[in-house]
Design a protein around this ligand. Structure first.
Ligand code: GLA
Length: 350
């Protein structure tokens, strides 16, 4: 990283920051309803290096581009928004960064639903704070990164990705309570292995459909007279007249319960139980929430037929990845079987 910075900008970087991608083990489309999620950082990470300069410039080793940007100006609609947005959010919080040159290097797959954008936002904030000699808690870093994504990048996402990238620890699951924005680390037993497989289908129509799902969930809470669906019961949700809103809400309420049950299954190293909860989660996301695709459904089915304890789509859906719980030692054989049936699939993490 230092050598690349030297080569591109002709001097040493002054500060660096890093953050991993994430996989969500269970608990999707619950974060914006003040619910529970259970993400885990991936081994892949994004690194950012920066040094003071006469103007803001960012270079990416991923796409080979070098571009000027302006954190005080409007979004540009390209990858530099994920650098400029966090710098703009830091300024709002009193941490004003002078012009810097920024180098980005990442092996987090982009557009795969494993939080490459959150990893970049968090890494930028960490590098900027280090350059300023300033500090923020990991949860506050996550909030600033989410605000950058909401305001600057125009995606009305919840806090799941940014908390997972900022607060998560490698090899451990993170039980997130999105009502209070707190995470509790949960050990993953050595008998559990989570494989992350891309279905080969790029995520499409995500932003519009995502915002529509979020609007249905907020409408459900309003119909029930609640601030969020966190306090809704299965019975209350069943009483909602609008069938579509009722099924969206049913997903959220049942998914929250599954996350808490999954944490118990992790603690007691019960892979069968955890796997069953993953399968129920996938069906709920497919039928009630309608965010799955035929490629994701097929991958989940073959993952289980090939010996996984359970599997489910992970993240927003509409393409991207599944996560499967497999036995350590079985990974290579399991993957060979899955790949034979899904030639377009590729392993993000085995
Ligand atoms: C995307 C969003 C998250 C979360 C997930 C679905 O990753 O960025 O906030 O809503 O979808 O769980």
């Amino acid at each position: 990283m230092r050598d690349d910075f030297q080569r591109l900008f002709g001097r040493e970087p002054e500060a660096e920051g890093a953050a991993p991608g994430r996989v969500n083990l269970i608990g999707d489309h619950t974060d914006y309803a003040e619910g529970f999620c259970l993400p885990m950082p991936l081994a892949h990470e994004t690194r950012v290096a920066m040094a003071r300069a006469s103007r803001f410039r960012a270079a990416s080793l991923t796409n080979g581009e070098t571009k000027e940007f302006d954190p005080a100006g409007p979004p540009r609609g390209d990858w530099t928004d994920y650098v400029a947005g966090p710098i703009a959010e830091l300024a709002k919080r009193g941490f004003v960064l002078p012009p810097v040159e920024v180098l980005v290097r990442s092996d987090v797959p982009q557009g795969a639903g494993v939080s490459s954008s959150a990893a970049l936002e968090v890494a930028v904030i960490r590098a900027a704070l280090s350059l300023l000699g300033a500090e923020m808690s990991d949860a506050d870093i996550a909030r600033a990164a989410q605000a950058a994504e909401n305001i600057y990048c125009g995606v009305q996402c919840g806090i799941l990705d940014q908390m997972a990238c900022a607060v998560g620890r490698p090899g451990e699951a993170l039980l997130l309570d999105c009502r209070v924005n707190e995470g509790r680390l949960v050990a993953v037993p050595p008998s559990f292995r989570f494989a992350v497989i891309h279905c080969g289908q790029e995520r499409r129509l995500v932003d519009g459909a995502y915002n529509a799902r979020r609007a249905s969930v907020e409408a459900a809470a309003r119909l029930l007279g609640l601030v969020s669906l966190r306090d809704a019961t299965v019975e209350a949700v069943a009483g909602i007249d609008d069938a579509e809103i009722a099924s969206r809400a049913r997903h959220v309420v049942s998914e929250n319960a599954r996350v808490l049950a999954a944490v118990e299954a992790l603690r007691s190293a019960d892979a069968l139980q955890f796997g069953d909860l993953m399968v129920e989660s996938h069906l709920s996301l497919a039928r009630d929430y309608e965010v799955s695709t035929s490629a994701l459904d097929r991958l989940v089915e073959t993952a289980i037929a090939a010996g996984a304890f359970g599997a489910r789509l992970t993240g927003a859906g509409f393409g991207g990845c599944i996560v499967a719980l497999i036995a350590p030692g079985e990974a290579e054989r399991w993957w060979a079987r899955v790949q034979a049936e899904n030639p377009k699939a590729w392993a993000v993490q085995l």
